[in-house]
Write a protein that binds this ligand. Structure first.
Ligand code: NAP
Length: 243
């Protein structure tokens, strides 16, 4: 049986690596993204070149309920079932509390937390029917420890952890596992905005003395999404070089 995965925010960075990881296992892969068509097309080609059964690209905002409904419907119609959901889409709007606008707070919560909620709710119906499912949510080390300048982002990522643990309890009896991965500093566009001096300072505080790669996170996601990981649920797996 060919399994199907939806990776939100799969056009670039960590999401791209996750999508390619599932492609290597022969999955049908649906990649959602916000607007970067050329990056999405590149990921589509990478997935096809790496053995994906079929690939669907879907442009839409994960914070928008109608767009999420369309994403799930398109995938279900094309592939018949949805076995794995990876809630990876995420944004940052950093700033110290005193200078953070309510809009910047709301937009980060909407994309990172509401998006994961909407998508989880929508795929769960068919996962319950088929009595099989894997949901992996991408949190962050700052959702556990906090970070100055990221009150909105840290709140969204802490929210992901609470939601993961709650949904895991609701769905465990249906053979649906729900886990979170909490990456530390990973080299993607999101962290490319840091100066070399900032990166050096961060690297020196990481026990592994280096930033992680998207593949480090994808590896953890693939493990949690594996059929054999059926007794692991409600967990938060750090991928942070010992941070
Ligand atoms: P990235 O390179 O900035 O890529 C973000 C992805 O999310 C892109 O595919 C983007 O689509 C998509 N996206 C953004 N807003 C969206 C929306 N409203 N609807 C649908 N898709 C949306 O980010 P990344 O570094 O790979 O991060 C991926 C995840 O890991 C995020 O949840 C992030 O918070 C988390 N994380 C990252 C790090 C790190 O150090 N990089 C650390 C901890 C956690 P477009 O290409 O169309 O813009």
């Amino acid at each position: 049986m060919t399994r199907t995965v939806i990776v939100t925010g799969g056009s670039r960075g960590i999401g791209r690596e996750i999508a390619v990881g599932f492609a290597k296992k022969g999955y049908n892969v649906t990649i959602s993204y916000a607007g970067n068509d050329s990056a999405a097309a590149e990921t589509e080609k990478l997935c096809k070149d790496n053995g994906a059964a079929e690939v669907v690209l879907f442009k839409g905002d994960v914070a928008d309920e109608k767009a999420c409904e369309e994403l799930v419907k398109t995938t279900a119609e094309k592939f018949g079932q949805i076995d794995v959901l990876v809630n990876n889409a995420g944004i940052t709007r950093d700033g110290l509390l005193a200078r953070m606008s309510a809009e910047d707070f709301d937009s980060v919560i909407a994309t990172n937390l509401r998006g994961a909620f909407l998508m989880s709710k929508l795929v769960t119906k068919s996962m319950m029917k088929q009595r099989y499912g894997r949901i992996v949510n991408i949190s962050s080390v700052v959702g556990v420890h906090g970070n100055a300048g990221q009150a909105n982002y840290s709140a969204s990522k802490a929210g992901i952890i609470g939601m993961t643990k709650s949904i895991a309890k609701e769905l465990a009896s249906r053979n649906i596992t729900v886990n979170a991965v909490a990456p530390g500093m990973i080299a993607t566009d999101m962290t490319a905005v840091l100066t070399d001096a900032q990166k050096e300072k961060i690297n020196s505080s990481i026990p592994a003395k280096r930033m992680g790669e998207p593949a480090d996170v994808a590896n953890a996601v693939l493990f949690l999404a594996d059929e054999n990981s059926s007794y692991i649920t409600g967990q938060v797996l750090g991928v942070d070089g010992g941070l």
